[in-house]
Design a protein around this ligand. Structure first.
Ligand code: SF4
Length: 317
């Protein structure tokens, strides 16, 4: 007889979340857009860590990648241009129990949102900030962004972008109180997933710079890296990212990098001969702003009133 034995049993968690529990609306990104891979990686991480959807928030600014919260079946806040990080910090300041993911782009983060970017890094609140870097303003149809390569023709610079491109990885490593910086590529889903997982596990502000393909407008910018993997430098370390040997073999150039070595991280981030990927910095000793903003959150209304009255009494005459 086929079938289950009478005494067969299965232990199922009272609530077990499947991928479906995190899948929101159908993603409307272009076919082949790197954003699809990032979305799939985040949904898997949520499932693997069994994050309750009602305890998970995706926050974004404006841009193609900022459609992210619509495609997650969690709480979400599709904010204003450049304002993803202050909204995310606000969420974390009062609800430290929530898992916060930030989706931002090279225009959203590095241009209009640059001031907020600096301070979000300095606040070091526990969240994952994903910078989708396609080197262009895609949603508004191909204007020069801070990371556009010089010479690349855009609608705002038809003869080619003029200024040197901003390096978000190196810039973040220079901000005060930085605690986690990583770089990854969307066309290697295993590395992408491992990087985002490590970022999620880090307690603090985890900045992940994702080289994201935009077949619509900047289709060829990462082509040389894809066709010649020796132009990518795979960083590994016991405190960094370690992949299966089958995946590691895809990277002919590898280097050991200790994520505690801030100076070497900066040197790697600035390399122009090849693209280093992996965890550049991980410093769990940095102070977290939410440790201060959440003081007293657990007090009852009566206790708060009593404390307020006590403070005001100090000024009584
Ligand atoms: Fe993706 Fe580019 Fe299309 Fe935007 S324009 S959805 S970034 S491929």
């Amino acid at each position: 007889m086929f079938g289950l034995k009478k005494d067969w049993s299965l232990d199922v968690l009272p609530r077990y979340f499947t991928l479906e529990d995190y899948e929101g609306g159908v993603a409307r990104w272009c076919p082949g857009c790197g954003d699809h891979g990032v979305l799939a990686a985040v949904q898997r991480i949520c499932r693997d860590n069994q994050l309750p959807p009602e305890k998970t928030v995706c926050v974004s600014g404006i841009g193609c990648s900022s459609r992210f919260p619509h495609y997650m079946k969690t709480y979400g806040f599709h904010g204003l241009h450049g304002r993803a990080m202050p909204v995310a910090c606000g969420v974390k300041a009062r609800r430290p129990d929530l898992n916060v993911w930030v989706a931002t782009g090279d225009g959203d983060c590095c241009s209009i949102g640059a001031g907020h970017w600096i301070h979000a890094v300095r606040y070091n609140m526990d969240m994952v900030a994903m910078l989708f870097d396609n080197n262009i303003y895609g949603l508004t149809k191909m204007q020069t962004s801070p990371t556009t390569k010089p010479g690349f023709k855009t609608n705002t610079h038809p003869f080619g972008a003029i200024l040197p491109q901003l390096n978000p990885t190196a810039a973040t490593l220079g901000f005060t109180n930085v605690s986690f910086v990583a770089r990854t590529i969307d066309w290697n889903p295993v590395h992408l997933h491992a990087t985002l997982e490590a970022a999620f596990e880090h307690k603090g502000f985890s900045f992940v710079h994702i080289q994201q393909r935009c077949p619509q407008y900047t289709g060829k910018i990462y082509e040389d890296l894809q066709q010649d993997p020796s132009k990518v430098l795979y960083l590994k370390h016991e405190d960094g990212i370690t992949l299966d040997p089958e995946v590691e073999r895809l990277f002919p150039n590898q280097a050991v990098h200790d994520p505690r070595d801030h100076n070497q991280a900066l040197a790697l981030a600035n390399r122009e001969d090849m693209l280093p990927i992996g965890i550049l910095l991980r410093d769990p000793t940095r102070p977290l702003y939410e440790d201060f903003t959440t003081t007293g959150l657990q007090m009852s209304a009566e206790e708060r009133l009593e404390g307020l009255n006590r403070e005001l009494d100090r000024f009584a005459i």
